[in-house]
Design a protein around this ligand. Structure first.
Ligand code: ADP
Ligand code: MG
Length: 294
């Protein structure tokens, strides 16, 4: 499905002394099958924005269209939207509450009033896709490791068969190994099940490696929106809004600033190495002697 924000603004506590504008004239279209990384400093509006995607928050101004239909219209089936767009909150492990993992993962489809056997089939299927085998079904969610809890929480959302999966900082506070597991899982869901992924993160490395498109937020506005290579060339501007680009972007930017003829838009270490090797070769051939790294 396609989700489209048209000039969306969102104000918390309007008309009170606590009034705060968290989104300011945001326009964004999320197409079916995309893998979008959303980044921004704390307080830039990421969580507020993603809660609009399933109608949990409704715009103070502007519109949100789901497959062209205005979700604020009286007759719009918001319940259905919440199943089609699955939202995994930050620290989802705090939302695990049932006595065993299978019950927890079944909660969503059960609420959808599906037949018992379908609920069970969906829950088991979701557990399997996040790498929790049958031996976890009867275990208490509270006994699981940090990474397993996150995966159980993701399974609970997957069990509702969403077309769009939105995850608010799903790797926050995890070690690199656990982070890698979650990110590879999202990639698999995207590639194999064609689920649209919106991944909120403040780790540039996470989004650079997995997302096809990066949306950068600052002070409630979208400041960049494009392919990782288009966005990360702006390393200096990203720093100004409190973000860091992937390490490799810094190296390439520094080389360009010193007059090296390398493509600064590469985002992976492999392609950076190729670029640098090619430039070294050119410099040697030119016999300039400038090939030494200063
Ligand atoms: P991010 O997820 O990028 O950290 P948020 O969407 O949480 O950003 O916050 C955007 C702005 O909205 C911040 O200024 C924040 O203080 C404010 N805000 C967020 N949640 C609330 C709330 N429940 N009540 C009032 N203000 C809020
Ligand atoms: Mg947030």
């Amino acid at each position: 499905m396609e989700l489209k924000l048209e000039h969306v603004s969102y104000i918390y506590n309007p008309g009170t002394t606590y009034e705060s504008k968290a989104l300011d004239d945001v326009c964004l279209t999320i197409g079916a099958g995309e893998f979008i990384g959303m980044i921004g400093h704390t307080g830039s509006g990421k969580s507020t924005l993603v809660q609009h995607l399933n109608g949990l928050l409704l715009p103070s101004e502007g519109k949100l269209l789901a497959d062209g239909a205005d979700i604020t219209a009286q007759e719009y089936p918001l319940r259905e939207l919440r199943c089609r767009v699955g939202l995994v909150f930050q620290y989802p492990e705090y939302q695990l509450f049932e006595s065993d993992v299978l019950k927890d993962v079944s909660f969503g489809p059960k609420n959808q009033k599906l037949p018992e056997d379908e609920v069970l089939r969906r829950a088991r299927d979701a557990m399997r896709s996040v790498g929790l085998d049958e031996s976890y079904e009867k275990r208490s969610p509270f006994e699981l490791s940090g990474g397993q809890k996150r995966r159980a929480a993701i399974a609970g959302i997957l069990a509702m068969n969403p077309e769009v999966l939105v995850l608010d900082e799903p790797t926050a506070g995890m070690d690199p190994e656990g982070r890698g597991e979650i990110l590879r899982l999202l990639k698999k869901l995207h590639d194999e099940r064609h689920i649209t992924i919106v991944l909120v993160s403040h780790s540039m490395e996470d989004v650079a490696d997995y997302a096809d498109r990066i949306v950068v937020m600052d002070e409630g506005k979208i400041v960049w929106d494009g392919e990782p290579s288009e966005v990360f060339v702006h390393v200096r501007e990203l720093e100004e809004i409190g973000l860091a680009a992937p390490q490799v972007s810094y190296v390439m930017a520094a080389l360009c600033e010193r007059g090296w003829n390398v493509d600064r838009s590469v985002t992976t270490i492999e392609s950076a190495a190729d670029e640098i090797a090619a430039e070294l070769k050119r410099r040697r051939a030119a016999g300039s002697g400038a090939a030494q790294v200063e």
